[in-house]
Design a protein around this ligand. Structure first.
Ligand code: SF4
Length: 75
């Protein structure tokens, strides 16, 4: 099971696909060219964190499934 719960803010996403480049199994682009969660366990935790970190608009929100704490974005 994935360490992170992945949420994507559709209003923020600008559709550049950077996240898919890092975690192509976990995240894909939908018909409107907005990122959606495909399979949260499809990529490693590290790859999913990378995907969130490369997002230029911080549209990917990661929450630690165990602690319930927000991991990304920071601050
Ligand atoms: S990196 Fe961010 S802005 Fe780009 S497609 Fe993914 S969620 Fe959308």
């Amino acid at each position: 099971m994935s360490k992170y719960k992945i949420e994507i803010d559709r209003d923020l996403c600008i559709g550049d696909g950077a996240c898919v480049g890092e975690a192509p199994e976990a995240i894909e682009m939908d018909d409107e060219n907005i990122a959606i969660v495909r399979d949260p366990g499809g990529n490693s935790d590290e790859e999913i964190l990378q995907a969130a970190q490369v997002c230029p608009v911080d549209a990917i929100i990661l929450t630690d499934n165990e602690s319930g704490e927000k991991v990304w974005p920071q601050g």
